[in-house]
Design a binder for this molecule. Structure first.
Ligand code: BG6
Ligand code: MG
Length: 220
């Protein structure tokens, strides 16, 4: 009767949304239009390809297949330049405490991310050893809100989906967790993530007694 804990990466473990934003904004500016922080909200949890499609829509830019591919690469090269400079100081508050607690309780832990850069980021911030399984943008065919990423993670951990808990900062991620039959925990703005089973501003609000409840609770 183990409970599987699945963490999203961007915006849950590390605050990389700002780097995605800077890289997309640079591309938008090069193409001659603005890209705002508010518009960046739409990009959370969304695949790189889908993000570029939305960005080009925003700028009303038509692209050939070749241009599209070039811009995908360009954005990622810029993003990776930010990632290169990351270290453990960019782990979001109290994430290590929660991971440590779950590890002490011998709970299986997975990453469930849309990013194709998940592994190098975890390595950069030194959190790779906590994860029993990493499921990311390289392993999935259907993006969130499809539950595929979390279902694969549950299978890798050897736990049934209804015995899994998901931490997510994106609407699409909460919807994916719910569709998988998992307990969904929204990290961020509760008004945006209202579909989650539980909401917290960040991990500093998640104490040991709440984690204990997740371990003992009969799930959904
Ligand atoms: C998600 C982010 O985790 O990963 C999205 O929330 C991002 O903003 C997506 O587009 C894909 O990331 P990457 O690193 O493969 O470009
Ligand atoms: Mg996220």
């Amino acid at each position: 009767n183990k409970v599987g804990f699945i963490f999203d990466l961007d915006g849950v473990i590390v605050d990389t949304a700002k780097y995605h934003y800077l890289a997309w904004r640079k591309l938008a500016n090069e193409l001659g239009f603005e890209f705002t922080k508010e518009q960046n909200e739409l990009f959370k949890g969304v695949s790189r390809k889908r993000c570029l499609e939305i960005l080009l829509d925003i700028g009303n830019v038509k692209a050939t297949q070749e241009q599209f591919n070039t811009w995908m690469v360009e954005k990622n090269v810029d993003y990776l330049a930010y990632i290169e400079k990351m270290d453990a100081s960019e782990i979001l508050p109290d994430v290590p405490r929660v991971l440590e607690y779950l590890r002490k309780k011998n709970m299986p832990i997975a990453l469930g991310s849309a990013s194709k850069n998940a592994k190098p980021i975890l390595k950069k911030v030194d959190l790779l050893p906590y994860f029993d399984s990493i499921v990311d943008g390289n392993n999935v065919t259907k993006a969130k809100p499809d539950p595929e990423v979390f279902l694969i993670a549950a299978e890798n951990l050897g736990v049934t989906p209804i015995s899994c808990v998901v931490f997510e900062d994106a609407v699409a991620g909460i919807q994916a967790a719910n569709a998988a039959g998992m307990v969904s925990i929204g990290i961020g703005d509760a008004e945006i993530l209202y579909e989650a089973d539980y909401n917290f501003k960040d991990f500093t609000e998640i104490d040991d007694s709440f984690l204990e409840l997740l371990l003992n609770k009969n799930h959904k």
